[in-house]
Design a protein around this ligand. Sequence first.
Ligand code: DLL
Length: 439
Amino acid sequence: MPKEFKPWIWDEKNECMSDEERAELVSERLVACVKRMYEKIPYYKKKLDDAGVKPEDITGVEDLYKLPFCDKYDFRDNYPFGTLAVPREELARFHASSGTTGRMKVVGYTKADVDLWSDMLCRCFAMGGVQKGDLCHISYGYGLFTGGLGPHYACEPYGCTAIPVSSGQTERQVQILKDWQPDVIFCTPSYMLGILDKMEEMGVKKEEINLRCGFFGAEAWTVEMKEEIEARSGMKAMDIYGLSETLGPGVGCSCSCCNQIHINADHFWPEIVDPETGAPLPDGELGELVFSSVTKEATPLVRYNTHDLTRMYHGKCACGRTTPRIDKITGRGDDMLIIRGVNLFPSQIEEAIGRHKKNVVINYLIHVDRVNNSDTIYVEVESKKPLALVESPDAIKKGIEADITAITGLHIKIKLVDPNTLPKSMGKAKRVIDNRFQK
Ligand code: DLL
């Protein structure tokens, strides 16, 4: 069971206001933001002109639907600095993310943006029960990626001590966990499993470390994986969400009461839209997550389509916060595989594997190919025990295959492999090898 904790601070004024108050606040911010973007960012002016929308047409969040969407192509087409609303000389910092193809998405931060980021992360720290004085082990990569420096800069205002370990050198990570006894850890969920494997290998027991909570994100992960991390480490696993284009980690985070993610909507106004039509969807319906980052100075964005798939809910959470919540991200539209015409997300495979945690670990690799014009697919999964010691590997495989069929409708073969034979991730895990388009 995760250890008990109490939240240290929260931003009651901004996290507990009514939906109406929040909409009013964001409306004011949105009107100013659209006007500023129109005046300062030539590509955005052209975008609105092409769409026949004038800044004066936008009087509040209820007018959002009139505005065109933005997406990664706005960054790529205006690379490197064409998305900035302030002169480059006024920036405190850049971050960037590469995505899978093409140019980097370059994002600027003024000093005020860096402070806003720290504020948002302090809210997340409080949601996870971080205490003043906690020792924070940060194993997200430092650099252009936002995972390392984001939480690092929030440690100081929150009153915590940062250990900027960055990712990699897993043995050293375990040594620090054991010898320095940090209270909090930040890394991708797949890397946390890698650290836990290394702990086992080095003979370090969960009782010998002192982690109370961890902030895991930057990749899609399942409730099954959360349970596995909690059981093997004794800590509470929080789900932290964000993307470089809007800020980095801290756009939202799960609280101690539910597996959903509270969105800091006073700064990052969320919408869920139909992936086909772009029409706004009501609470509870699955669609693409769109953000307007209405207070960012350097790289403001309006209606940025993340292509992350989830559902949104309004209403007060048991923790007392009224910020809108989203379900765990099931994947991105662009992560979706189409296998013989059926849509498949790696997270569905992970859910099925997670039901067999007694026998396998949640480290898997999906292989897709095309043979004689037909899609082929199989999944390698690591066995918990060396294969030579597994009594009935066929029964394990059949069990996982049946769950995959129940979840996806597809018949997918499982190949059980020895422990520690699949690549281990140190950042975002690579779950799919798709050879169909390589030939
Ligand atoms: O991954 C920022 C981040 C760092 C978030 C550390 C959380 C922790 P990007 O590299 O730009 O930024 O990737 C953003 O990662 O659109 C999602 O597809 C995915 N993602 C981020 N957080 C989560 C999460 C960082 N909690 C992309 N659950 C996003 C699922 C996530 N997917």
